[in-house]
Write a protein that binds this ligand. Structure first.
Ligand SMILES: Nc1ncnc2c1ncn2[C@@H]1O[C@H](COP(=O)(O)OP(=O)(O)OP(=O)(O)O)[C@@H](O)[C@H]1O
Ligand SMILES: [Mg+2]
Length: 260
């Protein structure tokens, strides 16, 4: 039932997120909202908290206070003592199964072939039968242009190919929201293009995506909103056209000047 109400559905909402590592405050009150089919690009200097923010979405890190809603349900919310409280394990797992993540360093299982990498989580986590998931896994491999590499091991692939396998693997769990943490920054420049192409195609299919990236051209073309983070705060945010052509804040201007 794809109607306008559904299209406007908030897939992810984070409100007033605070997170410290010991004495170091890394996230200082972050608010984001991502609707169905939107691509949120997060940019900013090293150490600004981008990865931490992304990792908080799927509970690889926990927040100190604030709230995280996934498709309208609370993964975490601040209690009366001002401390974040998480949904119970069963509920958290259910909500997190809506998300898929792709890391800078691919993180494929080295002892498994490409196709085995794809079907492992659906079989283990969703208890799907091999015969049940295999056709879908093959479809995804075709989609990322690697049908002919199904039986290769990760070490036999280029970095760009490995990253496309990692994307197909995340998609094999049928997530509603894809999270990418600098998916191309470990790649040689000539290999980033093929990964960005796959991501552009996903965006064109209206996959909801949160992408931490240094690829300004990708953010400009594929994102629906861009956020610039520095020192644990959102300094500036907007639609790509406004953000890149008419940035308001000095820090944003300086950062963008450096990136070009
Ligand atoms: N597990 C951790 N323990 C302690 N400090 C951490 C941990 N993870 C991150 N930090 C610190 O938090 C700050 C933000 O790190 P984060 O990785 O989120 O930055 P980033 O914006 O992703 O940077 P980059 O662009 O280099 O990837 C940094 O100062 C980092 O050293
Ligand atoms: Mg990072």
């Amino acid at each position: 039932m794809a109607n306008t109400t559904n299209d406007a559905q908030v897939m992810l909402r984070m409100h007033d997120i605070h997170k410290s590592f010991g004495e170091l405050a890394v996230l200082k009150g972050i608010d984001i909202e991502v609707r169905r089919g939107e691509v949120l690009a997060i940019i900013g200097p090293s150490g600004s908290g981008k990865s931490t923010l992304l990792r908080c979405i799927n509970k690889l890190e926990t927040i100190d206070s604030g709230s995280i809603e996934i498709e309208g349900e609370f993964l975490a919310d601040t209690n009366e003592h001002g401390v974040a409280e998480y949904a119970d394990l069963k509920k958290s797992r259910e909500l997190l199964s809506h998300t898929g993540m792709v890391f800078q360093q691919f993180n494929l299982f080295p002892h498994m072939t490409v196709i085995e990498n794809l079907i492992e989580a659906p079989m283990q986590v969703k208890s799907m039968k091999k015969a049940e998931i295999l056709p879908y896994a093959r479809e995804l491999l075709a989609k990322v242009g690697l049908s002919d590499r199904a039986d290769y091991y990760p070490s036999q692939l280029s970095g760009g190919q490995q990253q496309r396998v990692a994307i197909a693997r995340a998609l094999c769990m049928q997530p509603d929201i894809m999270l990418f943490d600098e998916p191309t920054s470990a790649l040689d420049p000539e290999l980033t293009g093929e990964v960005l192409k796959t991501m552009r195609e996903l965006a064109a299919e209206r996959m909801t995506m949160v992408v931490v990236t240094h690829e300004m051209a990708f953010a400009r073309e594929a994102a629906s909103q861009v956020i610039f983070m520095a020192d644990g705060n959102i300094v500036e945010q907007g639609d790509p056209e406004t953000f890149f052509n008419r940035p308001q804040e000095e820090r944003t201007k300086a950062f963008l000047k450096n990136m070009l």
